[in-house]
Write a protein that binds this ligand. Structure first.
Ligand code: TYM
Length: 346
């Protein structure tokens, strides 16, 4: 009997083990919010999964910036990642613009991304409101590039802070629409949040800790006296709460310090939590314990960071090597995407 010949169909190559992808913008010092919300998770996840961590310079240029400083900012961001524990033997650490496939995929994904959805992104709306010289298309398309970042590696685990969740939901939609239109290609990524996914500004705990708000953050490389000073100045309440108060109802400033305490001094947390419900808590004491725990946790990071920025050639070599490794995966995905979209013969 004659066999029926079927046309070979391009098969989606889904990675056998889940991949991790995340990114950070090289826009100034990396702070405690970045560390607690994102970086700390990266360091954990790299032990278990194939991981890609990216310094997203092409995202950083969507707001006004100083071109002469960009290379130094990239170097500093890479050094902070390494100092915090990203291991270049385990993870692929690289610069986004060194892998041109990110921008190519972004263009292709633009064709399956509704403008209305981009206009509804909270971060876009905030940045557009602040922009003094009109809104550039790059700002609107920012989340499409972010979708390309993750989908290029077919990553499914995306460890981020809470402010990125909306962007990850959007990238799932983009991936789904692509799959429906051109055939199953991309697995759907998921945000992975940890405790402290939203660290608040120390000087105004109703807003998130952010590099763009001076006084709001503690840099990962801050010196001990600055750490102590900033923690001491953190906004709390004028006095302890009434007896029987619940920690869940604490003011944003107090809640924020408790979150940090739980991460950096877990052994002291129960004692202060109890003092809070008893109405006997002294915030100055809590701050002192927290400040010392932060000084201790950040000291080795600061030391490693100093050593790394004093050897820029070594860091750049490492980043170049990272880009080579990333490109192998990126090129394979692009081959598949181009074929599916009819941009190449089968
Ligand atoms: P970026 O550079 O603003 O921040 C890097 C990471 O730090 C987290 N983060 C926080 N977490 C808790 N509390 C805070 N106060 C706080 N501030 C920042 C962010 O959530 C983020 O995880 N668009 C991204 C970069 C990006 C990306 C990607 C992320 C580009 N492509 C692909 C994941 C996957 C950003 O602006 O991060």
């Amino acid at each position: 009997m004659e066999r029926v010949r079927t046309q070979p169909q391009p098969q989606a190559t889904v990675p056998a083990v889940p991949r991790v992808f995340s990114g950070i913008q090289p826009t100034g010092l990396i702070h405690l919010g970045n560390y607690v919300g994102a970086l700390r998770q990266w360091v954990e996840l790299q032990r278990q999964y194939e991981s890609y961590f990216c310094i997203v310079d092409l995202h950083a240029i969507t707001v006004p910036y100083e071109p002469a400083e960009l290379q130094q900012r990239i170097l500093e961001a890479a050094a902070a990642n390494l100092a915090a524990g990203i291991d270049p033997e385990r993870s692929v650490l690289f610069v986004q613009s060194h892998v041109p496939e990110h921008t190519e995929l972004m263009w292709l994904l633009n064709t399956v991304t509704p403008v209305g959805q981009l206009e509804r992104m909270t971060q876009y709306k905030e940045k557009a409101r602040r922009s003094k010289h009109g809104v550039m298309a790059g700002l609107l398309n920012y989340p499409v590039l972010q979708a390309a970042d993750v989908l290029l590696y077919k990553a499914t685990l995306v460890p981020v802070g809470e402010d990125q969740v909306q962007h990850i939901e959007l990238m799932r939609d983009i991936a789904e629409r692509f799959n429906k239109t051109f055939g199953e290609t991309f697995p759907l990524p998921e945000a992975r949040l940890s405790k402290g996914a939203r660290i608040m500004a120390l000087n105004d705990p109703t807003k998130k800790m952010s590099k763009s708000v001076p006084g709001s953050y503690i840099a990962l490389t801050e010196d001990p006296d600055e750490i102590r000073r900033k923690v001491r100045a953190a906004v709390t309440d004028p006095g302890p709460p009434a007896q029987g108060a619940r920690l869940e109802d604490a003011s944003p400033g107090v809640a924020n310090l408790f979150t940090l305490l739980e991460v950096f001094a877990p052994e002291a947390y129960p004692r202060f939590a109890e003092a809070y419900t008893d109405g006997t808590i002294r915030y100055s004491e809590l701050k002192q314990v927290l400040a010392e725990a932060l000084v201790e946790a950040l000291a080795p990071i600061r030391e490693r960071y100093r050593r790394l920025v004093s050897r820029p050639d070594q860091v750049w070599d490492l980043l170049r090597h990272g880009a080579e490794r990333a490109r192998m995966v990126a090129q394979a995905t692009m081959e598949e995407v181009r074929r599916r979209m009819g941009l190449r013969g089968a």
